[in-house]
Design a protein around this ligand. Structure first.
Ligand code: BES
Ligand code: MN
Ligand code: ZN
Length: 509
């Protein structure tokens, strides 16, 4: 959260911190610098490795205390697996694992010697930057509401743990340059994690909009549309969701104009931002309702992405639009059976007030196309419980009307480990949301709930290439991984940043 891990890059010859980590590949293969450290220690590293039956497998380690010949108090030897086969995500995950090993030693400063034998899968600078990125991501804590920091034994902590990590590498300048982009992405992910972890009493639609306004300092243009502006635009579907809440809705428009031509058509990202989803009058059961503070995970991801693009000064024009509201039951709430006229002019019979995300997105998608004529639009939404029934918490669900956009997203997902699985859209599913007394109803039948939700959204898409990512399983209540111990993973920032970098910046005229 507040005090972030500081990362520095240094040459191999720079003195090591008192806690230092070394990398050792399978077959106990060491890089040249690490071998010379082992020689200084009279071969103790390799002898200890044998004694510990350490094989250098990824995610294994052992520790030497006060090794003779080396000026460190603790030397942690970390398995690096097979460096010739490791993918980018493996290096990042190794950085996360390594952070956890070092942080458990309670030192405020530490070194990692990022030296590996040849052949390896990436340049030394990229590997050093990947490891630093993974360590930084793992270091994230959401601890602003704990007044006393305790360690695992319940004892008051003496310090905040690891504050500075020095990565020793062949070419520190090149590593530093490679890290700058990753750091921008990490900061975007941290913003997304912070927003999703924040409880709903502290973060309503207005608070969310205020928080995002701070991004103007990075050069983003930020506009906040209030209720009057939304009424003027006839965003009645979005307004209907918010009408039961004492806290008014907002729509936030963020623009990053980094392309050489200001007129180049923007890429558009849209986020569902339901700051709390009680279900409205179709109320959710008490069990687990607290998780619905995270129902703005799509909007948080878009905010984090826009921050990352601005911070790394991406060579692209991008727009982020957040539909922020709160779904509450009250005397002013919408009722099951109400019919609303969306901004598009199409009418919607609201049969279940808990299917509110699609109502919000219907108007925001329409607005995005009318105002920006984007090259494509991608929406992210914690839209359905059904997507978790289908895919669990490993893959997010992808729906698209455009095969190229879908393929680009899937490719970026594989590269970053934020994986997507494509789901179908078809006329037969679309029929399931026809209503007898309005143009459509906001729920389908019992089956294919994530698909009928996507079909509903598609009714608000004209001929713009469009993808919908259902992030209900991945944005919140996330499994703990090497690079995230947080309830909110910040899922999607890395994926979308990568797709933009690989497919839209190099080709930008
Ligand atoms: N925000 C929920 C979906 C959700 C559920 C996200 C669990 C994350 C975890 C969404 O607004 C919702 O309530 N969807 C309903 C739709 C149904 C009423 C058609 C659902 O999935 O049950
Ligand atoms: Mn809901
Ligand atoms: Zn919801």
């Amino acid at each position: 959260m507040s005090e972030r891990l500081a990362i520095a890059f240094a040459p191999f010859k720079a003195p090591l911190q008192p806690v230092a980590a070394l990398l050792c590949a399978e077959e106990l293969a060491l890089g040249p610098e690490t071998r010379s450290l082992d020689r200084k220690a009279n071969g103790m590293v390799l002898r200890a490795a044998e004694a510990a039956a350490f094989k250098g497998k990824a995610k294994t380690s052992f520790e030497l205390l006060a090794p003779a010949g080396l000026d460190v108090s603790r030397l942690i030897v970390i398995g690096a697996g097979q460096p010739d086969q490791a993918k980018e995500t493996d290096w990042v995950n190794l950085g996360g694992y390594l952070y956890a090993q070092i942080a458990a030693r309670k030192s405020e400063e530490a070194s990692v010697v990022a030296d590996l034998p040849d052949p390896r899968s990436r340049s030394a600078a990229d590997i050093a930057a990947d490891i630093a990125f993974g360590a930084l991501l793992r270091s994230y804590r959401f601890n602003k509401y704990t007044t006393r920091q305790k360690d695992e034994n319940g004892e008051e902590k003496k310090n905040d743990g690891l504050a500075r990590l020095v990565v020793h590498t062949q070419d520190p300048e090149a590593a530093e340059a490679a890290f700058a982009r990753r750091k921008a992405v990490a900061n975007g992910m941290f913003l997304a994690r912070d927003l999703v972890n924040e409880p709903a009493n502290m973060l309503g639609p207005v608070d969310f909009a205020e928080r995002v306004k701070e991004l103007t300092s990075l050069g983003l243009e930020v506009e906040v549309l209030d209720v009057d502006a939304l009424k003027e635009l006839k965003m009645n579907a979005l307004l209907a969701v918010g009408q039961g809440s004492a806290r008014p809705p907002r729509v936030v428009v963020l623009q990053w104009n980094g392309a050489r031509s200001r007129r180049s058509k923007p890429l558009c990202f849209i986020g569902k931002g339901v700051c709390f989803d009680t279900g409205g009058l179709s109320m959710k059961p008490a069990q687990g309702m607290e998780d619905m503070k995270g129902d703005m995970g799509g909007a948080a991801c878009v905010a984090g992405l826009m921050q990352a693009l601005a911070e790394r000064r991406a060579n692209v024009n991008a727009v982020g639009i957040l539909g922020l509201t709160e779904n509450m039951p009250s005397g002013t709430a919408q009722r099951p059976g109400d019919i609303v006229t969306s901004m598009s002019g199409q009418t919607i019979e609201v049969l279940n007030t808990d299917a509110e995300g699609r109502l919000v997105l219907a108007d925001v998608l329409w607005y995005a196309q009318e105002r920006f004529k984007p090259r494509f639009m991608v929406d992210l939404a914690t839209l359905t419980g059904a997507i978790m029934i289908a895919l669990g918490k490993e893959y997010a669900g992808l729906f698209a009307n455009d095969d190229k956009l879908a393929a680009d997203l899937i490719e970026a997902g594989t590269a970053t480990g934020e994986q997507l699985w494509r789901m179908p859209l078809a006329r037969a599913y679309d029929k399931l949301i026809d209503s007898r007394i309005a143009d459509m109803k906001n729920i389908g039948g019992r089956h294919g709930g994530a698909i009928t939700a996507a079909q509903f959204l598609q009714r608000f898409v004209k001929d713009t290439p469009w993808a919908h990512i259902d992030v209900a399983g991945v944005a919140m209540d996330s499994p703990k991984t090497d690079i995230s111990q947080s309830w909110a993973s910040g899922w999607g920032v890395r994926l979308l940043d990568r797709m933009i970098a690989d497919k839209y910046e190099r080709t930008e005229k």
